[in-house]
Design a protein around this ligand. Structure first.
Ligand SMILES: Nc1ncnc2c1ncn2[C@@H]1O[C@H](COP(=O)(O)OP(=O)(O)OP(=O)(O)O)[C@@H](O)[C@H]1O
Ligand SMILES: [Mg+2]
Length: 224
């Protein structure tokens, strides 16, 4: 397993959003996490990336206990994160945002997202919400990670570009990269996920793995 969460609890101050969550993810697999607004997708993404420290439980990444490691050390260990907001550096240009990754090959992403990579001099902060999502997605997918955590990458992104995102995630999976996809976009989850967790305010209310993943059961469990 690349990721193992055991009895994971966490939230903000005294308010726990998650209590005792356990799940795991194998290399080259996509874990879909689906839930309505406010069910704790972003909180869970932050617990995994280390932006939030777990109140209880353990997170193992690539066999190593990372529960107490700060976000930058988890990033160095191979966890890439695309946050739901602030996924790019607004004060930097597109080219500068990409240059922070070090030397990378932009293809095939440049061909898929020409409206983003074709404007290297534009300030990221002056782009539309959907464009900034795509730039953040490109950054996450080009980072040298073993696991990518994507917090609602499809939010505000047009259908054609969501399809390109799906192709990009599927390619990464084929290279052995694991992915945690937190979404409200059930079609994207259905298309990509090898296993699914459905969240609601009570915690995990749906769990399934391919080929048992069912759109109807997912919708029913999370009342999306
Ligand atoms: N910084 C914070 N301080 C206190 N409570 C917070 C904070 N961020 C989120 N919460 C609360 O934690 C709960 C889960 O929020 P979270 O943002 O993780 O949900 P989400 O599933 O990502 O929602 P969305 O689909 O709207 O992005 C909510 O009740 C929210 O109000
Ligand atoms: Mg969120």
């Amino acid at each position: 397993m690349i990721l193992q969460a055991e009895g994971l609890s966490g939230g903000y101050g005294d308010t726990l959003v998650h209590r005792g969550l356990s799940f795991e993810l194998a290399p080259g697999q996509v874990l879909g996490i689906i839930g309505r607004n406010g069910t704790g997708k972003t909180t869970l993404a932050r617990l995994i990336s280390g932006e939030l420290r777990a109140a209880e439980g353990q997170i193992r990444f690539n066999g190593r206990d990372v529960t107490r490691l700060p976000a930058w050390e988890r990033a160095r260990a191979g966890i890439a994160m695309m946050p739901q907001t602030d996924m790019v550096f607004d004060a930097l240009t597109v080219a500068e945002n990409l240059a922070l990754l070090g030397p990378v090959t932009l293809e095939p992403l440049a061909t898929r997202f020409p409206r983003i990579t074709g404007r290297p001099g534009q300030l990221a902060g002056s782009m539309s919400g959907g464009e900034r999502k795509i730039l953040g997605f490109i950054r996450a997918m080009l980072s040298p990670a073993r696991m990518v955590v994507l917090d609602e990458p499809s939010e505000g992104v047009q259908a054609e570009n969501i399809t390109h995102m799906q192709t990009t995630i599927a390619e990464a999976r084929a290279r052995g990269i694991a992915c945690i996809l937190l979404e409200q976009n059930i079609t994207m989850i259905e298309a990509l996920a090898d296993s699914v967790i459905g969240l609601d305010s009570a915690g995990i209310v749906y769990r399934a793995a391919r080929p048992q993943i069912s759109r109807a059961a997912m919708l029913d469990a999370i009342s999306l």
